[in-house]
Write a protein that binds this ligand. Sequence first.
Ligand code: C2E
Ligand code: CA
Ligand code: CA
Length: 799
Amino acid sequence: MNKWPSASGRKMHSAASGRLVFALSCVVAALIATALWLTGLAETIDERLRIEREALQTRPASGQVHLAVVDAKSIVALKNWPWQRQTHAALVDRLREAGAATIAFDIDFSTPSTSEGDAAFAAALSRAGNGVILPTFRQQSRDGVDFENLPIPTLRQHSILASVNVTPDPDGIMRTFTYGTVTAGVVRPAMPAMLAGAANTIGGSFPINTSIAPETLAVHSISDILAGKIGRETLAGKTVLIGATAIELGDRYALPRHGVQPGVVIQALATETLLQGLVFPNYGAAVPLMLSFFTLGVVALYPRRGVILAIFGLMPIAGLPLALEWQAIATVDVAVALGGYIAGAITLLGVRAAAEYGKARLVDAATGLPNEVALLRVLKTANCGILVVMRIRNFDEIVHAMSQDQRKILLDQVCSRVALAAGNVNQFSLGYGRIAWLSHDDNIDRLTERLEGLATLFASRIATGSQKVIVSPAFGIARGTDRANPVHADLAASRAAASGCRWVIYSAELASVTGRTQQLLADLDDAMTAGDISLVYQPKLTISTGRIEGVEALVRWNHPVIGPIPPDHFIPILEDAGRMGDLTLYIADQCIGLIGQWHKTGLETGIAVNISAPLFSDQEFVAALFARAVAMGSLSSFLTLEITESAVVVNDVPTIAALSMFRGAGVRIAIDDYGTGQSTLSYLKKFRADEIKIDKSFVRNLADEASDRILVRSTIAMAHEMGFKVVAEGVEDEACYAVLREFGCDIAQGWHIGRGLPIEDIEPKLRQNRVGLVTEAMGSNVVLDAPLHPPVSNMRNAA
Ligand code: C2E
Ligand code: CA
Ligand code: CA
């Protein structure tokens, strides 16, 4: 037998498994973090993340770096390119006059021009105090060796050198810049490092900060500078970087965020990055990594808010470098931490969700009890015991007006009563108020005894808040191999519930009957339209007048395949399936129509219609039938509704209300099968009935059974005292009829008076009867008038 742990046990268990899941997620996080780091993927991701962060902020250029550019305008103004070196000389002179603090060229001077030109430029450089910066370019020789392309010696002598090499990433995008280059053992600072005075950091590289907007750089056309249009007020004390931006001069590279830019702009942005101090010390991945494990721990600690916490947990990790960079303090690498955290969180939430799902799969949400799936598991291994399924009769009706909480209280109460009577068993909830358990005892007698005991526990009402309800249980039992499938026991329980038995034991036969039941339900609609469902009318003789003053309508179903089905067989099935209302209205319509029709032709015969007890608490049905009764007007007194006595024993308010409503509309009420229930006549007064029908079991043997005679006689006397008319049903012979007449019974019904006949057979008899065929003298042959008995060939349709 399985054991479902107690609540505190479950808590301890879940805490332990919670720690296990956390440990697992930490391991996954560590593995993923290591993998990211080892593969170098982390570096790439960090690079991208940095650029995304820079995209969140935009800074202007410092204004210290000015660009003097060979643009389209200066090419046009100064004619063909490359310019004579005299032009560069003039430019240096102009910039010097304008007070430029530093002058740097990003233009190739590695090949000689005219000797006058070179001399003129060299002279200008020397006039500038040999402090102008000229570029060196790395190139590769034919044999694959790198070498640095320097300005020609004449110019080199009068200048400072800085390398303008750029190294885009393999995807062609420029992200980082070196502080300097070492080519063939010669160390050379890079131009930006030189301009920004950071030339002492040769060796490493730094990222170009893309938050600096290139359009905020001060750019001047060289033609304007040469024309003297840009003066001291603009250039004094500034660093001037000279290069080409004209498209036809090439030298362009792609930057993240800013797209393709001329090389000189990239040199300027790299310079700005250094000048503005935007190269932050990188504290590495350790702190974010620690933060990620801490956050993972927080997520693990609060399982209820798992997903939200996990998402918010990304923020401190991803936001840490953003905050540090914003304040220009430092930066950290977060890719490893983020990757590890995401993998860990997914593991944590995933494993937890899977566990929750697994748990939910075995538990019934309404009761918290293990469910049918759990029961099936237990049944797979159980090799003894008897499976019991308990159903609550009319569960839907009981709970339909209840709140969720009230239902919970009800089910809890039901379960605790089961526990009380069934002993220490594990209960399973199959939903819809069905509780199952495996009884350890294999003795069926002891089991059914226990079930009887359990049923008596349910005699006291269950309080669900302000409401008190009666719960009537029905049990299905399955043993041996039948036990393996809980549906068997459940089917037996539903049979028990429908048939009013306390318990039913499952058998293969039961299953086949149920199969037929389903077929019957499916056939019902066809039966009504095809006329397979019909009515026979059984006469009710008024003893004092000797006349048939009423008939009882009895339903017949002549199934095209099965043949005639007794009403006692199919009515409980229809009741169980909630289809009885349709059928009853169909019957009532025919009877009401007949009453009207008969009345027009002078035949004043009443018709009694049987109403299944549960229908009186079906508001929709009651309303529909009531509307029909009201529409009958004064003819409603010819309609009698029969309700079986056993149905009115419980004090149910809707039925009492419905009955008195019908009576108010002039309809007669008969209490059927009187004597089979536990009610007393005085109790029945409450139901404001007109008529008591003594059950045939007391009437049939009236002539021979003294005890029946005593009972019937006293019932008739008392009923008369209380104002009821008395009908005796099951009058099968003359002797019985004579006794009833002697006792003063009002009406007799039974085979002796006549069997139920179809309309075409009963109607002529009723008309004959009315015109005086039945004599005043109530002799044996009076009502026994042969034609009232159905011919033998008609027996199939008769009662
Ligand atoms: P019931 O309402 O007590 O109907 C009387 C039953 O006794 C009928 O059986 C009738 O044929 C039978 N009967 C009549 N006279 C005698 C007699 O002298 N001796 C014996 N032994 N039996 C006699 P039936 O038609 O098989 O109906 C059985 C039950 O089915 C009815 O019992 C009633 O509860 C139910 N029923 C029949 N028609 C309807 C209906 O239209 N609606 C509902 N809700 N129930 C119906
Ligand atoms: Ca009846
Ligand atoms: Ca009856």
